[in-house]
Design a protein around this ligand. Structure first.
Ligand code: FES
Length: 63
């Protein structure tokens, strides 16, 4: 699934899809739990959790 990297993914922490991709790459995050634990994104309201998974799937598919 594709997405616009400039679009906001997490409104609670003001993170775009591109921001999350960069964090996953820079911090070498491998799983959904890794992302939540290390970045805290998704741990406020939780509404963006499905979108976090989409970014992870998208990145692991293109590696
Ligand atoms: S939108 Fe990401 S935790 Fe609320």
């Amino acid at each position: 699934m594709s997405y616009d990297k400039n679009q906001t993914l997490c409104f609670c922490f003001d993170i775009t899809y591109g921001d999350l991709e960069k964090k996953i790459k820079d911090e070498k995050l491998k799983s959904f739990d890794d992302v939540l634990e290390k970045t805290k994104i998704g741990l406020a309201c939780g509404a963006c959790k499905d979108d976090i998974q989409i970014v992870i799937d998208n990145m692991t598919n293109t590696l």
